[in-house]
Write a new protein. Structure first.
Ligand code: ZN
Length: 213
């Protein structure tokens, strides 16, 4: 799990420098990881090492700084878009369309207003989930199949809402390495990559699911 990929902002839990990310991708390639988009995951057996790169919130830097790297190495990724997220520079519809049309990027939904679903009533939560799916589909023109819970906050009922909305997977922020076949498809764990990690910490994260900063 990543978020911002800006060369101009400090490395943090929310931002990774493109150069650092490039090194991590090259490392994963060298270790023969197969890169998938999130909705390809259910189709693969757990016999191989698969990795899904995900980027939450729809930062514009995912187009300007991440997309060129993905194209260079022919590596797919999944980006979770939020309809009306405040305080960040987000991808334009044209950028989303171009990335989608490249075949490398799958777009998932991440609610309309980046809300904590556990803090609103069920009607509101359902609306946030359903409308964000429709918003992504109105740009890409294809079914939006994956959902990310903002702040990793969800309860059983939100998993059901995501399923009822027509998603086939939903991702969380639970740190775990597990075969897809052993996971609940509506509560998939993810490993959060912190932009300040060095290569050893990254190695520990992707092999053990944890690291110390
Ligand atoms: Zn988010």
């Amino acid at each position: 799990m990543y978020h911002n990929t800006s060369p101009d902002e400090p490395s943090s839990g929310m931002n990774i420098k493109p150069e650092t990310l490039k090194k991590q991708i090259k490392y994963l390639i060298s270790k023969n990881y197969a890169f998938l988009k999130i909705s390809q995951l259910p189709k693969f057996t757990p016999s191989k090492k698969h990795v899904v790169l995900t980027f939450d919130d729809g930062f514009a830097s995912n187009y300007t700084d991440l997309f060129p790297i993905l194209k260079k190495y022919n590596v797919p990724a999944t980006i979770y878009l939020t309809g009306n997220i405040k305080g960040i520079t987000t991808l334009s519809n044209d950028q989303i369309k171009e990335m989608h049309d490249s075949g490398l990027i799958e777009f998932g939904a991440h609610t309309m207003n980046h809300i904590n679903l556990t803090k609103v009533d069920d009607t509101n939560a359902t609306e946030e989930i359903v409308k964000s799916k429709q918003a992504v589909e109105s740009i890409t023109g294809v079914p939006c199949l994956s959902f990310a819970y903002p702040y990793g906050r969800y309860e059983q009922r939100h998993m059901k809402m995501a399923e009822n909305a027509g998603f086939s997977t939903a991702v969380t922020t639970k740190k775990q390495i597990v075969a897809f076949s052993d996971s609940n498809p509506f509560a998939l764990p993810r490993l959060s990559v912190n932009g300040v990690m060095d290569s050893t910490q990254f190695y520990l994260l992707i092999t053990r699911g944890r690291f110390k900063l």
